[in-house]
Write a protein that binds this ligand. Structure first.
Ligand code: SF4
Ligand code: SF4
Length: 184
């Protein structure tokens, strides 16, 4: 379901809350995502995340999200329960107001001119799951762009944190990393 990358003719979508994107993929998260969700739910980070191996998530082995532990590299993701995101309820996303930025920007595939810019270089749709979102005039492109810009800013900060940890590692386990990231 890839659309042409011209923002003037791009059709915005309305999520139909089918839950497919909350069920199939593993959702990578940043320290900023987890801080928000912890504060909202008043729960410790260790109850919200799962650290997954390269066999469990299809990311480039050289991507910035890989955290080195003494038992190998892992990526921080949202916890799943029976193959669904732990926060998917019968009424939809239970943490909608504070959901990770990767959930906010899905299914758009937006590249900005530069990391801090709000000018779009290309605009398309990801096709990693069978998304049921329908064309709609109710959503605004500027909101999509702002979410992409904030996602990219938070990703950059998180990747710098991971890089700093990886320079020390392999020194510890996942709880040590959560402490290092000030999430516990
Ligand atoms: S946090 Fe919410 S939107 Fe994101 S995968 Fe989980 S249920 Fe879906
Ligand atoms: S797969 Fe598409 S329609 Fe379904 S919940 Fe995700 S964004 Fe919404």
């Amino acid at each position: 379901m890839r659309q042409k990358n011209c923002s003037s003719s791009f059709t915005l979508l309305q999520c139909q809350r089918c839950g497919t994107c909350c069920s199939e993929p593993v959702v990578p998260v940043t320290d900023s995502d987890i801080k928000r969700i912890c504060a909202y739910l008043n729960k410790p980070a260790r109850k919200l995340v799962k650290f997954v191996s390269p066999a469990e998530i299809s990311y480039d082995p050289e991507a910035d999200l890989w955290i080195n532990f003494r038992y190998g590299k892992r990526a921080m993701t949202l916890r799943k329960v029976r193959d669904r995101c732990a926060f998917l309820s019968d009424k939809g996303c239970a943490i909608y107001a504070v959901r990770p930025f990767t959930c906010r920007t899905f299914p758009y595939d937006v590249v900005l001119k530069s990391p801090k810019s709000t000018t779009i270089e290309s605009l398309g749709l990801l096709s990693i799951v069978d998304c049921k979102a329908k064309p709609s005039n109710e959503n605004s492109l500027s909101e999509v762009v702002e979410n992409v810009r904030r996602e990219s800013e938070q990703d950059r900060r998180y990747h710098r944190l991971v890089e700093k940890w990886n320079r020390l590692a392999p020194v510890g386990g996942t709880l040590d990393f959560l402490n290092f990231a000030r999430l516990e």
